[in-house]
Design a binder for this molecule. Structure first.
Ligand SMILES: [Zn+2]
Ligand SMILES: [Zn+2]
Length: 212
């Protein structure tokens, strides 16, 4: 099992590639740099059609705009149950598509996730942690044996997600950060900016300091 960051160009979110029995992506960027993402996949001898599962940490366009290209290649999309409908409907406001000057294309959601769900990829099993605050259906994905956390826009290595957006809630974000601080996090893979392979727990504690 290997984790690689293959996105993050311009307005795109980070895109994490997990090479396991099921080739998995965490978030997809806006889609406008799909060529570049495809090129980065090719470095691992992979094509979009090799990706079996794409998990969105939340509905925002900078994470979900790229879903369409992967769904067209046969990939299944998973997102928290609160935000699945937004992707199916191609909703434009809560997903912030308009603020990126783009339209979110409707996509089929194969799997709706909820708190405590386990997503087995092979060697790695990701546990769904519902972490509302940045959006109502934001999730983090945790692997306890290796202390891995994918945190979306809930917490970054140098800050926290915005809480002035549709369905944001600052108090919920503070609660979500406390929830994450109880986990044994070593490697933190956030939705934007750098990731760390050591000391991820400290980033979460610092984030709590920023919101309290
Ligand atoms: Zn984002
Ligand atoms: Zn976001």
């Amino acid at each position: 099992m290997k984790i690689h960051q293959i996105g993050g160009l311009g307005p795109d979110s980070n895109i994490y590639l997990i090479i396991d029995e099921i080739i998995t992506l965490i978030d997809a960027g806006t889609g406008q740099n799909f060529k570049n993402v495809k090129h980065n996949l090719s470095k691992f001898n992979l094509k979009p059609s090799d990706v079996g599962l794409l998990i969105n940490t939340h509905c925002h366009f900078d994470h979900t705009g790229g879903d369409w290209d992967f769904v067209a290649a046969g990939c299944e999309v998973a997102i928290h149950e609160f935000e699945a409908g937004l992707l199916r409907d191609g909703e434009q406001t809560i997903t912030m598509a308009g603020s990126f000057g783009r339209r979110l294309e409707p996509v089929e959601v194969a799997r709706e996730l909820r708190e405590g769900d386990r997503v087995k990829l092979g060697e790695l099993t990701l546990q769904v942690v519902h972490t509302p605050g940045h959006t109502q259906g934001s999730i983090s994905l945790y692997e306890h044996k290796r202390g891995i956390l994918f945190s979306g826009d809930t917490v970054f290595c140098d800050g926290v997600g915005r809480t002035d957006l549709p369905t944001s809630n600052a108090k919920a974000l503070a609660r979500s950060l406390r929830k994450l601080s109880a986990l044994d996090v070593e490697s933190l893979y956030p939705g934007h900016g750098p990731f760390v392979e050591r000391g991820g727990h400290r980033c979460i504690l610092e984030a709590i300091g920023l919101v309290s």
